[in-house]
Design a protein around this ligand. Structure first.
Ligand code: BMP
Length: 259
């Protein structure tokens, strides 16, 4: 089976889009599933993938509604990412991964804080066997992320290094499909990009409502932008997604021109 990283590149090229929809509808919304399906159809020409979070998983359940969203995304030609940020012991992580893959997800997010052996190693092994992708949280987008992602870690690379640099190296060594770095910190995107040597893509949440600039994030090296509320809260989500698509595609063109 084709690798997730290759599938999302294809989807991105086909639609000329670097935008991933974060389908974070308010869980108390009535007719949540129908609204989720409608949103997918409204933005499907402007995004290259969809990311689903607990916002949908908790109220709808995995096989009660989320599986239908994933199936619909696939029918629209969009890969689906489960943002579960796996962070438990390996055997528990593996069970979660198995169930998310059963529901059709193409990729999952994982937290590197649990480490490799008996942590993420079983999930990486299993995901590779299944042709699925894993995205490693490398530097989160919120303010408090500094309290942990900047902390020095002793990780067998000589002197202690800030956690995000260690996580970027792990993303590369573990052959992850992506590293997640907040668009709110474009300078960190630049640093992580250097460590990843072009072998792992950067996924950036935090554009818009969280204060990150789309143009800055792309210029700094973000390959995909994960966007929720700027699309979901717009009067016309389809138009909002299309405008972000156009801006990001242009910014990526300028970056390619500059290198
Ligand atoms: P919004 O565009 O509404 O801020 O949504 C961003 C999405 O990305 C949310 O689903 C959030 O859980 C996720 N996210 C984030 O914002 N920052 C991170 O560092 C990692 C995330 O997964």
């Amino acid at each position: 089976m084709e690798k997730f990283a290759d599938r999302i590149v294809k989807s991105s090229k086909k639609r000329r889009s670097k935008i991933i929809l974060a389908l974070d509808l308010n869980p108390s919304t009535s007719n949540l599933l129908d609204k989720g399906l409608k949103l997918l159809s409204q933005v499907s020409q402007s995004v290259c993938a969809v990311k689903i979070n607990r916002h949908m998983l908790l109220p709808l359940g995995l096989f009660g509604g989320v599986e239908r969203l994933v199936d619909y995304a696939h029918r629209l030609g969009l890969p689906a990412i489960m943002d579960c940020k796996l962070n438990d012991i390996g055997s528990t992580n593996r069970v979660m991964a198995e169930w998310f893959f059963k529901a059709g997800f193409d990729a999952l997010t994982v937290s590197p804080y649990v480490g490799w052996e008996e942590g993420l190693e079983p999930v990486f092994r299993f995901s590779k066997e299944q042709g699925k992708g894993l995205l490693v949280l490398t530097y989160m987008s919120h303010k408090g992320a500094e309290q942990t992602f900047e902390r020095a870690l002793l990780a067998g690379y000589g002197k202690p290094k800030p956690a995000y640099k260690v996580f970027a190296r792990w993303a590369l060594e573990w052959k992850a499909d992506g590293a997640i770095v907040g668009a709110t910190r474009p300078e960190k995107i630049v640093e992580v990009k250097r460590i990843l040597k072009g072998e792992v893509s950067i996924y950036s949440p935090g554009v818009g409502v969280q204060g990150g600039s789309l143009e800055e994030a792309v210029k700094s090296g973000a390959d995909y932008l994960i966007v929720g509320r700027s699309i979901l809260r717009a009067e016309n989500p389809g138009e909002a997604a299309e405008s972000l698509r156009e801006r990001a595609w242009k910014a990526a063109g300028r970056r390619r021109g500059a290198t």
